[in-house]
Design a protein around this ligand. Structure first.
Ligand SMILES: NC(=O)c1ccc[n+]([C@@H]2O[C@H](COP(=O)([O-])OP(=O)(O)OC[C@H]3O[C@@H](n4cnc5c(N)ncnc54)[C@H](O)[C@@H]3O)[C@@H](O)[C@H]2O)c1
Length: 274
């Protein structure tokens, strides 16, 4: 039997905590959680205590975490993501990136780093569907990729773009298009959409050519992401109606499960889907 994959997690917030619990609970035959690191020491210490009474999973820095891991899960922030991936790949390890907004558009640099030391980067599909088909039809002529995100108006409270446009969220009584533009612009104005737009851009036409529309709907009880793909092989329309994670109301349940499924796929001898 091959040795369990040593997994280290950087960022012990909502996503890092959920994934750490899944690794310990569901993947114990195939993987071992070996290290946790957070710039906020209190968070990594607390999670380490919850998950392991005897072992100390908390480490003091990224270097120590990489040394203890075959695969690093990045669940920190968009600003830190590329630097973390860079350090992991320089050591010839693998990295699963959650803060996709921090690496979207930098695929070539990551690929160069991967080739140098046989590293690998995994980017889960997150809270959207259709990445499998998008990857396939990209091999034909891919003409158009659009993400339509619909959320309750209250989800946009505090967004500076909304304040600048003087949109009164409380007065929205029917579906209102808040934004239509490129993924590149969307992630600037709506940072909470940064990951879905980033994943779609990386898999498809890039940030400059992927269209994003953002709708505020008083009827929306879930965060809805629709993806429309037009290509010479097929027209594809997908829709994910996302519930929040039962333990972490800050994040979509599907985003966490998608990362867990991406990890699971690494151990499986049979790969299903593109
Ligand atoms: N890909 C997806 O589908 C998806 C979905 C939701 C969130 N995300 C992204 O995943 C990341 C984590 O999300 P979250 O909800 O867990 O956030 P969070 O704020 O709950 O947790 C982030 C943690 O990372 C720590 N951190 C920040 N910078 C760090 C650094 N340089 N080194 C070590 N630790 C650092 C913080 O102290 C915090 O504890 C975010 O970037 C978020 O945008 C991705």
């Amino acid at each position: 039997m091959s040795k369990p994959l040593r997994i280290g997690i950087v960022g012990c917030g909502a996503i890092g905590t959920s994934l750490a619990k899944i690794v310990v609970r569901d993947f114990k035959k195939k993987a071992q959680l070996t290290a946790l690191y957070d710039i906020d020491e209190h968070k990594s210490r607390t999670l380490s205590r919850i998950l392991s009474k005897k072992e100390k999973l908390q480490v003091q820095g990224l270097k120590a975490l990489i040394a203890a891991s075959d695969l690093v899960v990045e669940a920190s922030s968009a600003t830190a993501a590329f630097g973390i991936a860079q350090e992991v790949l320089k050591k010839g390890r693998e990295v699963l990136i959650m803060s996709v907004g921090g690496v979207a558009g930098r695929e070539k640099e990551l690929a160069v780093l991967c080739r140098r030391r046989e590293g690998r980067v995994y980017i889960p599909s997150g809270a959207i569907c259709g990445i499998d088909a998008l990857k396939a039809v990209k091999l034909s002529q891919l003409n158009n990729v659009t993400l339509i995100t619909t959320k309750h108006p209250s989800s946009f409270k505090g967004v500076k773009y909304i304040q600048r446009k003087r949109i009164d969220l409380e007065k929205i009584k029917s579906d209102k298009l808040l934004f239509s533009g490129t993924a590149e612009q969307a992630v600037k104005f709506f940072p909470q959409n940064i990951n879905v737009a980033g994943i779609l851009s990386m898999a498809g036409l890039g940030k400059g050519k992927t269209t994003v529309k953002i709708i505020a709907s008083p009827a929306a009880q879930r965060n809805i992401h629709e993806v429309r793909i037009e290509s010479s092989a097929a027209t594809i329309v997908t829709r994910a109606e996302n519930l929040l994670h039962p333990d972490n109301p800050k994040t979509s349940y599907l985003a966490v499960l998608s990362a867990a499924a991406a990890l699971k796929q690494i151990f499986e001898p049979i790969r299903i889907g593109t």
